[in-house]
Design a protein around this ligand. Structure first.
Ligand code: FE2
Ligand code: FE2
Length: 204
């Protein structure tokens, strides 16, 4: 990885790798998978845009119009291809973690969430909004950290103007709905308990 990345990107890669390992320890995910996904997640980041497009064309990797206009967005797709083709990684969870590390997706696995969050909070990141809060949250509640990163990213991209990959919004809406559903279920359970207690105290 050191040979294919500039110094800054290599430092970031190492940061994501050990942050992913720490999160894997916290949430009981396979350590080696977290490290390998962290190490490879940006393996196509320093590649020339034309080369990324050429790889997609040669290997029939679908590109959206948005990706064609902003080829830097292709680094996750091309990276997951290189992980299989060049680095001979065939674990689908690792491949998905690389593929979805920039936008997330509805129904992410634990490893996908770990890489997504590690990419945002690793120690070399300096400018992301609410960084201190998200770093703390990441080790308390991974889903809350994920949601906060997605909402901050959407807010930042909305304000700064660049085109947003619609998958980022889709992922945000999915996890927001999941959180609301969990809350509804919790409230239902609490009400059931309350009703039981009331019945108990009013019984003769
Ligand atoms: Fe990336
Ligand atoms: Fe990254």
């Amino acid at each position: 990885m050191e040979k294919t990345q500039d110094e800054k990107r290599y430092e970031h890669t190492l940061g994501v790798t050990y942050t992913a390992a720490a999160l894997a320890m916290r949430y009981d995910a396979p350590l080696e998978n977290a490290e390998l996904a962290g190490l490879l997640h940006d393996c196509a980041k320093c590649m020339d845009d034309n080369r990324k497009i050429a790889i997609c064309e040669k290997h029939r990797i679908g590109m959206t119009e948005l990706e064609k206009r902003n080829p830097f967005l292709l680094h996750a797709k091309v990276g997951s291809f290189l992980a299989m083709d060049t680095y001979k990684v065939h674990n689908p969870d690792i491949i998905n973690a690389i593929l979805n590390h920039t936008t997330g997706r509805p129904g992410m696995s634990l490893l996908e969430k770990i890489i997504f969050v590690a990419d945002y909070i690793e120690p070399n990141r300096k400018q992301a909004p609410s960084l201190a809060e998200v770093r703390k949250l990441a080790f308390e509640d991974l889903d809350e950290a994920l949601l906060k990163i997605l909402s901050d990213t959407l807010e930042y991209l909305d304000a700064s103007g660049p085109e947003i990959d619609p998958m980022t919004r889709k992922t945000y809406q999915y996890y927001l709905a999941e959180k609301q559903e969990k809350k509804r279920e919790q409230n239902k359970e609490q009400n059931k308990e309350k009703n039981k207690e009331q019945q108990h105290t009013t019984e003769p």
